[in-house]
Ligand binder design. Structure first.
Ligand SMILES: [Fe+2]
Length: 380
């Protein structure tokens, strides 16, 4: 049993000099009481276990002198009760010669000593002093240990609270970083009336494909967070090209194609992993599996995986949403169209993985549906 007492109560227990004397023989009770009182102890007398229990409930005792053989509840049963309920109390058994075996058993239970009747005053006072000294040492040790445990508990709790605060801060920082990226990406696309939903869909398609392809969850997270910046280079595309309705001339196409390199230049050179992934996506999301894409005509696996993923997600979103020059195609129609370019425009294995998750794709498409028709998005 732990004590869990405040400091003043602990000190009061240590200073306590009150002794409970339990014996069914009145002369023995009175004699013991007299001996102890003359040595400065406060004594309380009880004639049996029942009365002792009442006295124990009333106030604390430093020491209990307990007869072994009493009518009613035995001294041994009472001692067991005291040891479990009043662990700060020392006990000495008082016994006749014939109950020394029982007294030894009591020692095994945690009793501090026993006095055999008839006893001498000196013998009693030495046993009492020894028992109280041992009690004080044990109480000191126990209280010291519990104080230490209390300090450890308090500091552990403080540490846990600090960790929780840190986790919350990190989460807020991550969310704020992601939201900043999304808003910057929306700002970059705002000129050609792209919607926030396009950014969201693109981001979630990319994450879905990365996850289904088996990339690590850390890599999937990076791709999800970085992909909204894929077209950020459009801020360097002149309005007369970016906002032109209809088909581009070859010269205009060359101009708008530069958005990949412009995006790369804006995003590259950072040590932050997220910007490295974003730069890679911006640079490579218009490359084609067959090497006929732009800007560098990379081919096959020379195109970074995040670029191949973003290329599929971007094309799929362009096909399945409304543009000024075309309606939104159904998901099935988009799947048919893109499948025709499997192994040409798109990484065949990635495309298969993507279209194997049509239910998830539909869920993203519906969850982030455009709330109003999109404006013109040039075919960049
Ligand atoms: Fe683009």
């Amino acid at each position: 049993m732990t004590l869990l007492l405040d400091r003043s109560t602990q000190q009061a227990l240590l200073e306590l000099k009150r002794v409970l004397i339990i014996d069914d023989e009145e002369p023995i009770r009175r004699l013991l009481g007299y001996m102890l009182q003359t040595h400065g102890y406060e004594t309380v007398l009880a004639s049996d276990a029942r009365e002792a229990r009442i006295r124990l409930d009333e106030q604390p005792f430093a020491l209990i002198l307990c007869d072994v053989n009493m009518p009613g509840e035995s001294g041994m049963d009472l001692v067991r009760h005291i040891l479990s309920q009043y662990p700060h109390t020392a006990i000495i058994m008082v016994t006749g010669l014939d109950s020394a075996v029982l007294a030894n058993a009591a020692l095994d239970m945690g009793v501090f000593g026993y006095i055999v009747k008839p006893f001498e005053s000196n013998e009693v006072m030495i046993d009492v002093a020894n028992a109280l000294r041992r009690r004080r040492l044990e109480l000191d040790n126990r209280l010291h240990r519990e104080n230490l445990e209390d300090i450890v508990r308090t500091r552990t709790m403080a540490l846990q609270q600090a960790l929780e605060w840190l986790e919350r801060s990190e989460k807020e920082l991550r969310l704020s970083r992601e939201e900043t990226i999304q808003r910057l990406a929306i700002a970059a696309e705002y000129r050609d009336s792209a919607t926030a939903q396009h950014i969201q869909r693109m981001s979630h398609y990319c994450e879905l494909l990365a996850r289904k392809y088996g990339l690590s969850s850390e890599r999937c997270d990076l791709i999800r967070t970085a992909s909204p910046m894929h077209d950020i280079g459009k801020i360097g595309t002149p309005d007369h090209v970016l906002l032109k309705p209809g088909k581009f001339t070859p010269e205009e196409f060359a101009v708008i194609s530069q958005h990949s390199e412009i995006g790369y230049r804006i995003l590259s050179g950072s040590d932050a992993e997220i910007l490295k992934v974003a730069a890679s996506i911006a640079w490579t999301h218009h490359e084609r599996w067959d090497g006929n894409g732009y800007p560098r005509k990379l081919k096959g696996e020379a195109i970074p995986i995040e670029g191949r993923i973003a290329g599929i997600a971007d094309a799929f979103d362009a096909l399945t949403t409304q543009r000024v020059y075309k309606p939104a195609f159904s998901l099935d129609h988009a799947v048919d169209l893109m499948t025709k370019h499997r192994g040409e425009h798109f990484d065949p294995e990635l495309l298969d993985v993507f279209f194997a998750s049509l239910n998830d794709i539909k869920h993203i498409h519906d969850q982030y549906a455009d709330q109003s028709p999109r404006g013109m998005i040039p075919e960049a």
